[in-house]
Design a protein around this ligand. Structure first.
Ligand code: KG4
Ligand code: ZN
Length: 338
């Protein structure tokens, strides 16, 4: 079964053709980052306009790259939540039009479910149930993936998402947006023990996360040094900060995996590209005697192949949408569980 998938929840217009949930026949991503960089973050209105301009070309290219025409496609899938509402609506409207005009089934896909499904592409043998750490620009969750379409969110961030924290710290250190990858690069040449940051104490919600205290601590460290006319090594700050994030995530995931007896650990989302976090997760999995699954780097960030992968399992479970499908800026994974 070939699914044409469309993703436009933030600042990437993407389309992909995926066969049987695991085989990527094409993967086209048009990034708007260069334009948003000028403003230090994603400007929603600009994002929507750029999606409108590029979606048709991106979809056509994904079909051409896959060597198919619309007649060869069995269903159309689209990210409908969560994300920037105006951006989501571009993909949703386009997908609805295409599905109706071609008389194909329409499959609505949750963006975070898609990030998790990126691992099905990278690891053909991976099957639920497993425990998943989702770390992206907008979300930080610890999720029990009970089946391909059923989730239990056992931990969530109380404030900032991990990616948001990386981006704010990067900005303070003078790196461009989105700064996660620059922190990762700088950290390779810095000392992880140059600065010590405390781990957050989160009361209640045993596996809940919090990153705003750490973000403020790094910002204060840098600003106080500036006020004293001292200069700090960006590499040392980046390395110490990254180590702290990796340790916090490692501790929480490890506690959850122990309590639940999880033997399969999966990491998903844009921040899973981080080399320090990937190394930490390998150590955590090894200590637990668990198998670790990380997405291939090209499927960590936003793409439509992951949406096509998840759509296949949603389709098998009977999920369909019609022309009344709407986009939603927020929507919990638990609320879409089948
Ligand atoms: O999953 P994603 O592409 O978009 C959302 O759904 O939010 O995640 C984007 C986030 C950004 O905050 C970006 O800085 C971060 O992922 N990111 C990284 C790295 N690569 C991307 N963070 C840390 N290290 C990286 N190598
Ligand atoms: Zn994403």
């Amino acid at each position: 079964m070939k699914i044409l998938a469309i993703e436009s929840s933030c600042d990437e217009t993407a389309a992909s053709v995926v066969e049987g949930g695991r085989k990527v026949l094409s993967d086209v991503v048009a990034s708007q980052i260069e334009e948003h960089k000028l403003y230090g973050g994603v400007v929603p209105e600009i994002a929507s306009r750029r999606h409108v301009e590029s979606i048709s070309g991106v979809v056509n290219r994904s079909l051409a790259d896959a060597g198919c025409g619309l007649k060869d496609i069995d269903a159309v899938a689209v990210t409908y939540a969560p994300g920037l509402i105006g951006a989501l609506l571009v993909g949703v409207s386009f997908a609805k039009g295409l599905a109706m005009a071609e008389d194909k089934p329409l499959i609505p896909v949750h963006h975070i479910a898609g990030h998790i499904a990126a691992n099905y592409i990278t690891h053909p043998d991976l099957e639920p149930p497993f425990l998943c750490l989702v770390i992206s620009g907008g979300h930080s969750h610890i999720v029990e993936v009970l089946s391909y379409t059923r989730y239990r969110v056992i931990g969530r961030t109380r404030d900032d998402a991990a990616g948001e924290c990386f981006d704010k710290v990067a900005r303070t250190l003078g790196f461009p947006y989105p700064g996660g990858k620059y922190i990762d690069g700088a950290a390779k040449n810095g000392s992880r023990t140059a600065f010590k940051f405390t781990h957050p104490k989160v009361s209640g919600g045993e596996y809940d996360l919090s990153f705003s205290g750490l973000k403020t601590a790094v910002i204060n460290l840098v600003h106080n040094a500036e006020q004293r006319g001292e200069s700090l090594s960006r590499e040392d700050v980046a390395a110490s900060f990254q180590k702290t994030v990796a340790d916090i995530l490692g501790e929480k995931l490890s506690a959850a995996a122990k309590d639940l007896g999880a033997k399969k650990i999966v990491v998903a989302g844009g921040v899973s590209a981080n080399s320090g976090i990937r190394a930490k997760m390998s150590a955590v999995a090894k200590a637990l005697g668990a198998e670790l699954y990380l997405p291939e780097l090209k499927y960590c960030g936003d793409n439509a192949a992951m949406i096509g992968a998840q759509a296949y399992y949603d389709f098998l479970a009977g999920r369909r949408a019609d022309e009344s499908l709407n986009a939603a800026a927020t929507l919990s994974l638990e609320d879409i569980s089948l």
